[in-house]
Design a protein around this ligand. Sequence first.
Ligand code: 5AD
Ligand code: SF4
Length: 474
Amino acid sequence: MEKMHKPSLTKARKRSKTLVETKEYKRPEIINLGKGKKYLIQTHGCQANEADTEIMQGLLEEQGFKKTDVIEQADLLLINTCAIRENAENKVFGELGRLKSYKRINPNMIIAVSGCMPQEEEVVERILKQYQHVDIVFGTHNVNKLIEYLHFVIVEKKRLIEVYSKEGNIIENLPQARDHRFKAWVNIMFGCDEFCTYCIVPYTRGKERSRNKDYIIKEVKALIKKGYKEITLLGQNVNSYGLDFPDNNYSFANLLEELANLDIPRIKFTTSHPKDFSDDIIEVIAKYDNIMPFIHLPVQSGSNKVLKKMNRKYTKESYLEVVEKIYNKIPDVSLTTDIIVGFPTETQTDFEETIDLVKKAKFEGAYTFVFSPRKGTPAASYENNITEKVAKARLHKLNDLVNEGYLRGNKRFEGKSVKVLVEGYSKNNKSVLTGYTEHNKLVNFKGDDSIIGEIVEVYIEKAKTWSLDGVIKK
Ligand code: 5AD
Ligand code: SF4
């Protein structure tokens, strides 16, 4: 016996005109569901998932669940999944396969799958058929229902599949148990209406909805009070923040400026869309010292033909114009990007256009990917005659160039002092502290734990491709 509500990609594609309402979270009547119990959440994918995980941790801890890192000790194991590329999904299926043996040892362990993968019809069918040890499957639109689902499964001892293909209301005041003590994610909007032809996100995360600014400001003020030093504003396309408001008179630039006037040392944001990166956003970043001079601006391709097929709504030339404006107003900015190679019909000449753009834009980092067809998206049915070998060779060549950019970006800080938000000890070396600069560069240096969570001055002695080595200034 099961409780079941399955996803539909056809429904997920639709965009309704009805305005999304904002509701405050009401705790269910359930109490102490997790008393004496432990949970483990594995988070895959982007920061939106990390932010959702922090909410689910908050919901669980409110019920008395305690976190564990040891699978064998977990009464609840939740996998928060990512659907962006096939290899992300394969990892999750591999993990689900392995979990079968844990369930044999501990039959009371509850296994749950959440996030973007359950939003896909085929994934749910596969879980139902091949992974019967999974107890709960829910998607991105009902994270706030986690406790009710757990209660149902524990009490009724039945499986529950509850995936909605239409976004619900925006739920405010959800509890959060954040993973960091001085760096925080702050959602400013949900969903995406861009429909880039390769991308599954508009289907898995629903239509674009901006959070009411009063709730965002309240959240940031509370973080400041708790001593947080850095916030990252999150959205699939943060530049279009506010465009869905009926009066449409408060933009991302307005929000950024209002937040920059609060007493928070560092603000950054991700992700931006080049077509919406307006002059007033650039002006605000340039004007405020606490907005980090670090911009992630996904370009995806340097070929106008490919950009058109991707439905990116800009050209190589207009992208480079935005980049030039950014460099003019924020000369020391560190610019990074996302690039896909092997998109259907990408020729060697198209690829060379991408290489040319990477050189012109002077990126100091990039996430690079081979195109992965996602079922239900337009590009999945485009004829694709690019072999894996060719795609991999392009990726390799691109990565060599991108890595030169990482090194160039790091080199410019050699012999200079930088401000570092100290995160903690390096994983590999317990006597070395690590942290990030305002330009989002990783720094390693010697020091003691009393400065963890502080912003300190570090003198950079040596720049490497992936990190900087420095000494703390006394
Ligand atoms: N194949 C490969 N890369 C993709 N991305 C999104 N969808 C796909 C896909 N189907 C990349 C884009 C995006 C980043 C988050 O992931 O570059 O900016
Ligand atoms: Fe995907 Fe494009 Fe939306 Fe980014 S802007 S989430 S790539 S559809």
